[in-house]
Design a protein around this ligand. Structure first.
Ligand code: C2G
Length: 131
């Protein structure tokens, strides 16, 4: 049983989020997703998410390709999370390319960075709605 793990805020859920989760699930038998806490999002992006942690974790947790969700409190705890869920593969969008290779020697977990889905982002969606 190969366990995959990925992380994100998944705010204002969109197609790019869906595609990374579906492609992550193709690389494993069971997919666990760390949903950034509201506070972690604030530290990453300088603002609170539009959707609360509860809403974001409920939306992602409802997806057929996702088996379990949990709260991601810090980017630095990745090795602990990988060990907690016994993940064999970490999958992230390639905007993070190389940023999480440090977990490999600590966990033996493989790391894949997959191409981002072009031309879609939470920021762009919010801007479009605003205008
Ligand atoms: N993503 C994508 N294509 C997009 C937008 C996002 O493939 N058009 C991917 C990102 O690369 C990431 C995932 O979707 O792998 C979640 O994106 P965000 O919600 O923006 O999460 P992020 O801020 O990248 O947080 O510990 C890592 C962080 O929690 C990741």
């Amino acid at each position: 049983m190969k366990t995959g793990i990925t992380f994100g805020t998944f705010d204002v859920f969109h197609y790019g989020h869906l595609r990374i989760l579906e492609r992550s699930r193709e690389l494993c038998d069971r997919l666990v997703v760390g949903i950034s806490s509201d506070e972690l999002n604030f530290s990453k992006k300088g603002r609170m998410p539009y959707y609360s942690f509860d809403e974001r974790s409920r939306i992602v947790g409802a997806l057929k390709c996702v088996d379990e969700v949990f709260k991601e409190e810090s980017l630095e705890l990745k090795a602990e999370y990988i060990k907690r869920f016994k993940a064999d593969v970490l999958v992230m969008g390639d905007d993070w390319k190389g940023k999480f290779d440090w977990v490999i020697p600590l966990t033996g977990c493989a790391v894949f960075y997959l191409p981002r889905t072009p031309a879609i982002s939470t920021t762009a969606i919010v801007e479009k709605i605003r205008n």
